[in-house]
Design a protein around this ligand. Structure first.
Ligand code: SAM
Length: 363
C-alpha cells in the first residue's frame, strides 16, 4: 500500500493533483498524481516505499484545500468475483506490512466517488458493508479504540462492483465522515441554501467545544454580500448582532429578530460603525478572489475585526494557482504587520466553484 487516494468534488481533480504534488514535495515526498477528469478522486503514487503512510500521518489533512479525504491504498483490485469479493480484500489487509496496526481500526467505510455514475454503486456498498465488517472482525480487525494515537479507519473504495482500492486513513488526520462529506440538514426557516456553506465552515474550522467562546451573544459581525440572509441567519442563531451589507433585500424573518441592521451599501466601501468593535467579518460577495483577499486583509490590518470567514469564488482556469496567490497575499500582508494568525482554507462539500477561508488573529 504505497498510494494515496484523495477524494474531491467532481471537476476539481486537477487542482487536487497539483496540490498534493506540491505539498508532498514540500515534505520531500515525490510521486505521480494520476488524474481522471470528472472522476471525483486522485491517486498519488509515491516513488519510495512507506511514503504514502508517512504522508497520511504527517501531512496535516486540514491543510489540504481540495481533498475531502486522504487514504493510503493498495493497487487496484480488479475482476473481483461477485461470488467472493471478501477474500481478496481481506488478504490485502492481512498481507499488508502494517497488518498489526490495521487491527487497531475503529470503523469501516465502503465508499465510492461522489459522482452520479459512482453513486449508482452506493446501494451495493451499503449491502456489502455488513458481511465485510463481520469478516474483518472475525479476522481480528476493527478492534481499535479511537483514543489510541495511531487508530485507523478502514476504507474500501469501489470504482465498479468488480474493482476497488483497499486502504486506511489515520483517525487523527482525516475526515471523520463517510466519503469525507459532512451532510447537514437545511434549516426550514433559513432564507437561502447558502446558509449551509457557513454552517459547514463553522463546524469545520471552529472546535465544537469552543464554538460558544468563538461565536456568542456578546459579539458583533459584519456580513458583506448578505442578501437574502443565509449567512446572517447562522450568526444570529448563535446570538451575534449582524450588520448585513448588501443593496439587495434581507429576509423579513431576520429583521424580526431585532439582531440585524441592514446597510444598503457597497461592501468594498463599508466600514464598521463608529465606536463599534466588530468581532467577525463574513463575506460571500461574488467578486474576483484577489479583490476579496485584499479587502479581508485590510479589515484585519486596520483592526476592524479579529476573525473572518469568507469565500473565494474561483475562476474556471488556474484555480489552484489563484488560491495560492490569494492566500500568499494575505499571509504577506499580515506578516508585514507582525500579526499572528490561523489561516485555513477548504473546498467544503456545500461550496461549488469556490473555496471557504477561515482567518483568526491570535492574541
Ligand atoms: C451569493 S449572494 C450571498 C448569499 C448570502 N450569503 C446568503 O447566504 O443568503 C452574493 C450577494 O453579494 C451581493 N454583492 C455583490 N457585490 C456586492 C458589493 N460590492 N457590495 C455589497 N454586496 C454585494 C449581491 O447583491 C448578492 O446578494
Amino acid at each position: 500500500m504505497n498510494k494515496l487516494a484523495l477524494y474531491c468534488r467532481i471537476g476539481f481533480e486537477k487542482e487536487l493533483a497539483a496540490e498534493i504534488t506540491d505539498k508532498a514535495s514540500e515534505r520531500g515526498v515525490f510521486g505521480f498524481a494520476r488524474v481522471e477528469p470528472n472522476s471525483g478522486y486522485v491517486i498519488f503514487e509515491c516513488y519510495q516505499a512507506g511514503e504514502a503512510d508517512r504522508l497520511a500521518q504527517e501531512l496535516p489533512f486540514d491543510q489540504l484545500i481540495f481533498a475531502r479525504q486522504m487514504i493510503v491504498v493498495s493497487d487496484l483490485l480488479q475482476d473481483l468475483s461477485p461470488e467472493d469479493r471478501i477474500s481478496p480484500i481481506l488478504s490485502q489487509y492481512r498481507q499488508s506490512e502494517l497488518a498489526k496496526k490495521l487491527k487497531n481500526s475503529t470503523e469501516l467505510f465502503v465508499e465510492t466517488a461522489d459522482t452520479n455514475e459512482a453513486k449508482e454503486l452506493s446501494g451495493f456498498c451499503r449491502k456489502f458493508t455488513v458481511p465485510l465488517r463481520n469478516a474483518l472482525k472475525k479476522d481480528g480487525f476493527l478492534q481499535g479504540k479511537d483514543s489510541h494515537k495511531s487508530a485507523v479507519t478502514l476504507h474500501v473504495f469501489f470504482l465498479q462492483s468488480t474493482a476497488c482500492y483497499v486502504g486506511y486513513s489515520y483517525n487523527h488526520n482525516h475526515s471523520p465522515y463517510f466519503m469525507g462529506i459532512q451532510r447537514l440538514k437545511f434549516p426550514a426557516d433559513a432564507p437561502s441554501r447558502s446558509t449551509l456553506k457557513l454552517e459547514e465552515a463553522i463546524l469545520t474550522f471552529i472546535p465544537k467545544q469552543k464554538e460558544s467562546q468563538y461565536l456568542n451573544e456578546n459579539q458583533y459581525a459584519v456580513d458583506l454580500g448578505a442578501c437574502p440572509g443565509g449567512w446572517t441567519y447562522q450568526l444570529v442563531k448563535r446570538g451575534l448582532f449582524v450588520y448585513a451589507v448588501d443593496h439587495g433585500k434581507m429576509a423579513a424573518s431576520l429583521h424580526e429578530t431585532g439582531r440585524i441592521e441592514h446597510c444598503a451599501e457597497d461592501g468594498f466601501k463599508f466600514q464598521p460603525p463608529k465606536r463599534r468593535r466588530i468581532d467577525w467579518l463574513v463575506c460571500d460577495m461574488v467578486e474576483q478572489p484577489s479583490r476579496i483577499a485584499q479587502l479581508i486583509a485590510k479589515w484585519l490590518i486596520n483592526g476592524w475585526c479579529h476573525a473572518s470567514i469568507f469565500n473565494l469564488k474561483l475562476p474556471m482556469k488556474k484555480r489552484y494557482a489563484e488560491v495560492k496567490e490569494c492566500l500568499a497575499m494575505i499571509e504577506q500582508a499580515l506578516d508585514k504587520q507582525g500579526l499572528k494568525y490561523k489561516l485555513k482554507a477548504k473546498h467544503l462539500y456545500h461550496d461549488r466553484e469556490e473555496i471557504t477561508v477561515y482567518l483568526y488573529l491570535l492574541p
